[in-house]
Design a protein around this ligand. Sequence first.
Ligand SMILES: *Cc1c(COP(=O)(O)O)cnc(C)c1O
Length: 397
Amino acid sequence: MATSWKTRLIHPAVSAPEGFRSLATPVHRGSTTLFSRAAEAQDNWNQEVAPYSYGLYGTPTTLELAARIGELEGANHTLMTPGGQAAIALVYLAFSRSGGHVLVPESIYGPSRDLAIDMLAGLQIEIEFYDPLVGSRIAELFRPNTQLIWCENPGSVTMEVQDVAAIAAAARSHGIVTALDNTYAAGVLFDAFANGADVTMQALTKYVGGHSDLLLGTVSVRDPGHYERLGRAHQLLGMAVSPDECSLALRGLQTLGVRLAHLEQSTLAIANWLADRPEIALVLHPALESCPGHKLWKRDFSGSASVFSIVFRDDFSEQEIGRFVDALKLFKIGYSWGGVTSLAVPYPTQRRFRPYGDRLVRLNIGLEDADDLIADLESAFAKLAAPTGAGTDCSRP
Ligand SMILES: *Cc1c(COP(=O)(O)O)cnc(C)c1O
């Protein structure tokens, strides 16, 4: 059939040579995916039973990343989400219902807490915050309508290490789903499923991406029933991910091992140096004894990561701590972590358990030379001790 050039723009008669073999996973983009016959067309989210029915449910690029994360985590099924926060929302919406009760550790990632308070409360789901160090005493908080328990190990600002095994065992005996935010451990330093979690999610934005240039999340499960609930919710919410982002994450995955090993050593060197500083009351790094839950970290983790917090002595004001952060040169000020650049952010932590007030600064250690980072911190401490510039600081006696 002779066709116009306009038609050939859409249906070309030529194509590139076949047989290309590269080490990189190709980027397969697509909304529409093609069926061979009309009878095969079906809108099924489960790409394990209905291969490639719509781009929303996956392309070979996104499904390869999902499968590789699932393999690392020891999951049976992994779903991709547009970010870590979307993964959290997906878990909430799949496993809690109107009239239900959900337990959330007070150490939970801030936007996860906000989602619970601002949205779920409006859906008649009752949220109760618990002390992250509660352990098996979590059972005292169970009610007949408790549907879901969140854990985050460790909490990514106040760093409490949780007894996930004890919490999950108690939950299981009452038929309650335990979900874990496993972002700190990059899905590898803590074995969520071996410790009894039913659902584990992580923000690939952090360590898997590793370069502060993408947003992605995953939700992984072992149980087919849990997979059904999540997959259906994922479809209904339209949680599409970009194959380009997944391609970057697949590249990041290849260097995750060396980056984590290097970051662990640099971060420990800096955390230990900070622990000896007279300005610092507490270093909240799970590998240090000063961190709440440190013994559980020793029992349960195969390593530590690059994010931790410092708490200044209580005679430092919020303004002085802000001045310390502003004086840093190599450490940049910004949210998120797990990339190659060191970051510092003050976090107010007014709350019931372990309130650190305005004295907490969270650090992310990047791939800069650790001695240079220590020198940067040292010169910021020096400026704190001897304020310079216009006027005197009247905020302290
Ligand atoms: C960053 C983060 C998230 C959210 O991830 P995004 O990809 O930024 O949406 C969730 N949980 C924890 C612990 C995080 O640090």
